[in-house]
Design a protein around this ligand. Structure first.
Ligand SMILES: *Cc1c(COP(=O)(O)O)cnc(C)c1O
Length: 443
């Protein structure tokens, strides 16, 4: 054991950090000072020449890895033709992307697409569409959710209270209910119970019975696997039952696949793990390998109900982003999604073994390359070990691995989908070394 620590941040990084401090908003939550120089696949290098294995992928964005030559070429070729024209006009990359999304969307019905530039914009579009189409004013969201930081999506975001602090009132009418966490269920359950039943029972038998008229609810907004909230995979009954409740009351089901989508979990969309069809899907992060692109995808029978002028934007369907997305989808289809499933299984197995060697690993969970490791003070009490988690994330940085935390005390593994096993091994070794040191310090 004991991997050599890098001397970071080095002199060139320090110079950039000092300049960054002068004009960049201090609101960005930055866990450690990595200063990027260049990347290739699942590796990247800082400005002082230190090499890193990338288990963060720019927050699950670099689906095909850093600077995939075919993605780069597609962007270059498009840039020479035209960089922008605006969503007032028409062009082939935008239409071609729509056709491709129609093929892979998790609905049997044909879909229509609103083109945006980020995750939060897709959630805003989904909220507006749901209000417009149903004529209803209220929504249901989940504790631990993350849907973005603009005033509509922020009203649903509930994974850390600093995201909400001093911004109220955001959009009114959002009711938060517990998300079923099999590791830390909020409702009393017997062994063998499905925490998903309890969560949906709460909506039906408590919320709808006592407080919230269901025919005033436009939509339920939910992440198929909670991302920022801790990489929490809901139990089997949750989505099928949630779908039934929505159908019963004419409520739309909006799946926010911004982090979990685009092949990351070994299927195109995480909600497909439960064979449930949403009415609207929000897509961003991994869809264009780093070009800013968001897509709000809705069943035709829903999206055809809003009229010209109901929603729009300037950059929607940006051609550079669209060609990057088309190439990304092709690469994921031709091997990377399979790799995410295979290497994801491999990492989950390795982590399960690591769990038996370490007192602080309370839970290991995930699908494909969306993997969470929950760190606790004690496996019996499951008390969150936040300081230890932060020390692990920082310890990884010092040893040449990029990771991020999520939830109260989890770390997440969300590498590019092309991650080779060799780099998975290297990253896991660094992770275990950092974990060993943090356990000595904090347990
Ligand atoms: C990151 C994220 C968003 C917000 O995306 P931005 O591009 O940062 O606006 C929304 N939903 C989920 C699930 C996310 O992970």
């Amino acid at each position: 054991m004991s991997i050599k620590k890098l001397d970071v941040p080095g002199p060139k990084a320090q110079a950039i950090l000092a300049r960054d401090k002068k004009h960049t908003s201090p609101s960005y939550p930055r866990d450690y000072p990595f200063v990027m120089d260049h990347g290739k696949g699942a590796e990247c290098w800082d400005v002082d020449g230190n090499r890193y294995v990338d288990f963060a992928a720019g927050i699950a964005v670099l689906a095909t890895g850093h600077a995939h030559p075919e993605v780069v070429k597609a962007i270059q070729q498009q840039a020479e033709k035209f960089v922008h024209i605006s969503s007032d006009y028409y062009h082939d990359p935008m239409v071609s992307l729509g056709e491709k999304i129609n093929e892979i969307a998790p609905m049997k019905e044909d879909v229509g697409i609103f083109y945006a530039n980020s995750g939060t914009e897709t959630v805003e579009a989904a909220i507006k569409l749901a209000k417009y189409v149903t004529g209803r004013p209220r929504f249901i969201g989940f504790l631990g959710a993350f849907h973005g930081r603009s005033m509509g999506s922020l009203s649903f975001t509930a994974s850390k209270f600093t995201q909400q602090e001093r911004f109220f009132p955001t959009m009114p009418g959002v009711w938060h209910v517990p998300f079923p966490d099999p590791y830390r269920p909020l409702f009393l359950t017997q062994p063998g119970d499905d925490a998903g039943d309890a969560a949906v029972d709460y909506i039906e038998n408590v919320l709808f019975a006592d407080a919230l008229p269901p025919d005033e609810v436009a939509a339920v907004v939910v992440e198929p696997i909670q991302g920022e909230g801790g990489y929490i995979v809901p139990p089997p009954h949750f989505f099928p039952r949630l779908r039934k409740v929505c159908d019963k009351h004419g409520i739309l089901l909006i799946a926010d696949e911004v982090q979990s989508g685009v092949g990351r979990t070994g299927k195109w969309w995480a909600i497909e793990h439960w064979n449930v069809e949403p009415d609207i899907v929000c897509i961003a992060k991994g869809i264009a390998s780093g070009m800013p692109l968001g897509l709000m995808v809705a069943r035709q029978s829903v999206i055809q109900k809003w009229s010209p002028g109901a929603h729009g934007n300037t950059y929607g369907g940006n051609p550079l982003a669209c060609v990057a997305a088309l190439k990304t989808i092709e690469l994921i289809q031709n091997g990377m999604m399979q790799n995410a499933a295979t290497v994801g299984e491999y990492i989950l197995d390795a982590l399960a073994e690591m769990q038996s060697r370490h007192p602080s690993i309370g839970d290991v969970r995930g699908r494909g390359l969306m993997i969470g490791v929950e760190l606790v003070k004690d496996k019996k009490t499951k008390a969150p070990a936040k300081q230890l988690r932060d020390a692990v994330v920082h310890g990884c940085f010092e040893r040449g691995l990029l990771t991020l935390g999520c939830g109260r005390s989890a770390t997440r593994i969300m590498p590019p989908l092309m991650l080779p096993k060799l780099l998975a091994d290297e990253g896991l070794q660094i992770f275990e070394d950092a974990l060993t040191e943090a356990e000595h310090q904090y347990l």
